[in-house]
Every structure is written in C-alpha cells, then in structure tokens.
Write a protein that binds this ligand. Sequence first.
Ligand code: PGA
Length: 249
Amino acid sequence: MRKKIVAGNWKMNNDLPQTEILLLDLLSQTKTSSAEVMIAPAFTNLHFAFKKLKGSFIEVIAQNMHFASKGAYTGEISASMLKSVGIETVIIGHSERREYFCEDDKMLKQKVDAALENEMQVIFCFGEKLEDRKSDSHFKVVQHQIQQALFHLPESAWDSIILAYEPVWAIGTGETASPEQAQEIHAFIRNLVSEKYHSSLAEKVSILYGGSVKPTNAKEIFSKPDVDGGLIGGASLDATSFMQIVNSF
Ligand code: PGA
C-alpha cells in the first residue's frame, strides 16, 4: 500500500502573525482521511510552525534548499539548517524554482543528493509546460526531468523520494489536468521507474498531482489508481479548503 500524502505549498505567502492564524485554524479542523498531511510555510516561519505543530497530524516541510552544506551563498539555506529546526522533508524542483530561479536538472540533482545525504525526504516536482503539451512532447520532457535528477540514485534512496507531477500550465491558473491526463503521466512515470529499477520499487513510490487542486476536484483526481495525493498551492492557504482536500481520500 503506497503512502497517501497531501502537502500544502504556501509559497511566498503568510508572515508570522498570518502563519499563526492559519496554523490554529488547521489544528481546529478534523482529519478523517488516512492521508499524511504536510505544509510548507516560508523559511522564516518554519521553526515557529514546527514547534506549534509538533505532535499534531501535520508535518512541517520546506519549499526549497541549497545544495551546498555551507559557505558563501548569500541568502541561501542548507539541508542541515532545515534539519536543525526540525524539518525532515523538502520540496525540490518546483516549476517556479526552475522558471524564476533558473534551477536546471544539474542543480536539482545536486539538491536531491544533498537532501538525501542529510537523511531528508524529498518531494521532487516535475512537469511539462503548455508548449510541450501542445507539441506533444510532454512524455519526453517529464521523462528527461526524472532521468536527469533521479536515475543516478541507488535503489535504497527511493525510500526517501516522493514524486509530484505538476503540469506548469495547470499551476495557479485554475486550469486542472483532467484526472485522465494526470493518471496517464503518473502511470508513465511509474513504468519508467519500474523499467530502470524494478516493479516492486516503482509500486512503492508515491506520486502526487499538483496544479489547481480544489475541494471540488480532489476526489476525482485522487480516485485514479496512480495518483497518491496532491501538492496544493492556492487552496492550501485556506484551512477549510485544504482539509476538505485532505479528507477527499
Ligand atoms: P496551485 O499550485 O494549487 O495554486 O495550482 C500548485 C503548486 O504549485 O504546487
């Protein structure tokens, strides 16, 4: 049985007082599903959120990290810094990092390695742009992203890898991939992992879908056999909506 996971990516939203309000709101909600729940606040609020949610049903995770362990990288945060404030899971390769911060496959591979060296769990994001889908190269694009950043890993490392398919054209646009489109890519990626490693390993990897998931469409998307949860942006900023999505499992 694969782990079901719903993770909220708060992106660059919520200062400290707003974080506290949303955390309290989340804690007042009831979780009825078996899904693991995660939220990724901004770096400045990670330690606060970690302390506030310790012992609750929600894990606090990071949105990003640097690949180096320390040094002259002004403005950056290392894996060990995250670990030192209680963070065990990090999102790597979000399309906004790829697009606005020029993170390429080579850098993402370094980040994955650094996270794993520090015994962190990784949510690795991948997904095609609109032009890729229009030119029918979406399978090739996602295959390349996964191969470049993850296929050097030994089998044992895959215990710490969660995948998140996020078609760029569906992020924050209100446009969602259809459940069938999501299922098609998830199955394709699972098969790729199976061919590279083996089927029992591929069967254990959770693959989340992200891109305009809402309370109204979550159930249908999560009902697909290879969709093991969601990475939620906009709808994770409202506790009730987020928990409705969590409880869609
Ligand atoms: P969205 O973002 O739910 O606002 O589309 C998803 C994401 O970027 O992880």
